[in-house]
Design a protein around this ligand. Structure first.
Ligand code: ZN
Length: 236
């Protein structure tokens, strides 16, 4: 083979390889994400089977933000703790390959209506709002609660149960059980399984000391992530 032919042949092989890679990429990009509704249609929670994590979209909502600090005790703002916990949960879930979206990633204000619209418009598979609790003039009450709306999705009680149990066992915190409410605006528009976690009481002198540490936040985050994974594996 002369040099010119060899060069042409090399170019031909190169072009062929690029073609194969392009086709593979096109097929990968064109593959529809199951359970991903077109436009703003509500996502289906029926017959999702056990999809791989890369086909599960989880929306996390760190409560409050901006001009709304949430509850404030001992110089700690609830909005900051909600965000740092949500970021840890995001990292834990991304590590396992899940798609994760946050309603805010910094100290910005988002209305409850917008928080509710984000998972709906994104076609989320599940939605969890993250908060910290408080009781006025009470420095003792402590523990974990998970709230859900029992009129929105038939799996809400189940999803909330997984979160409540896993967070309680991961942290060893007091299990204050599930709470039902249809008055939480952030959950009112969610047609996918959703709940609101109250990770602990900032008003409790004892529990606050735990809630502000990275170590305890890691345990909370692991509990939330484990609850989500178990829910997908066992309940959906
Ligand atoms: Zn709150």
């Amino acid at each position: 083979m002369n040099t010119q032919y060899r060069r042409k042949r090399r170019m031909g092989l190169f072009a062929g390889a690029i073609f194969v890679i392009s086709i593979t990429l096109l097929i990968a990009l064109a593959a529809p994400r199951e359970n991903s509704p077109a436009g703003n249609a509500p996502p289906s929670t029926e017959n999702t089977g056990s999809l791989p994590p890369a086909q599960r979209l989880i929306v996390l909502d760190p409560g409050h933000g901006g001009h709304d600090p949430g509850c404030v005790y001992g110089g700690y703002f609830e909005k900051d703790l909600n965000l740092s916990l949500a970021l840890k949960v995001r990292d834990a879930l991304k590590e396992q390959g899940f798609l994760v979206l946050l309603t805010r990633e910094d100290d910005s204000a988002v209305s409850p209506e917008d928080r509710a619209a984000i998972p709906q418009n994104a076609g989320a598979d599940i939605f969890i709002s993250i908060h910290h609790n408080s009781l006025e003039d009470d420095t003792v009450t402590e523990g974990i609660e998970t709230w859900y709306n029992d009129g929105m999705n038939r799996l809400n009680a189940s999803f909330a149960g997984y979160i409540q149990n896993e967070v309680s066992s991961a942290t060893g915190g007091k299990n204050r059980k599930l709470k039902i409410s249809d008055r939480l605006i952030v959950l009112q528009g969610a047609s996918m399984p959703s709940c609101l976690l109250e990770a602990g009481f900032l008003s409790s002198d004892k529990e606050r000391m735990l809630l502000v540490t990275g170590n305890y936040q890691d345990k909370l985050a692991r509990g939330i992530a484990d609850g989500i994974v178990r829910f997908f594996n066992e309940a959906v």
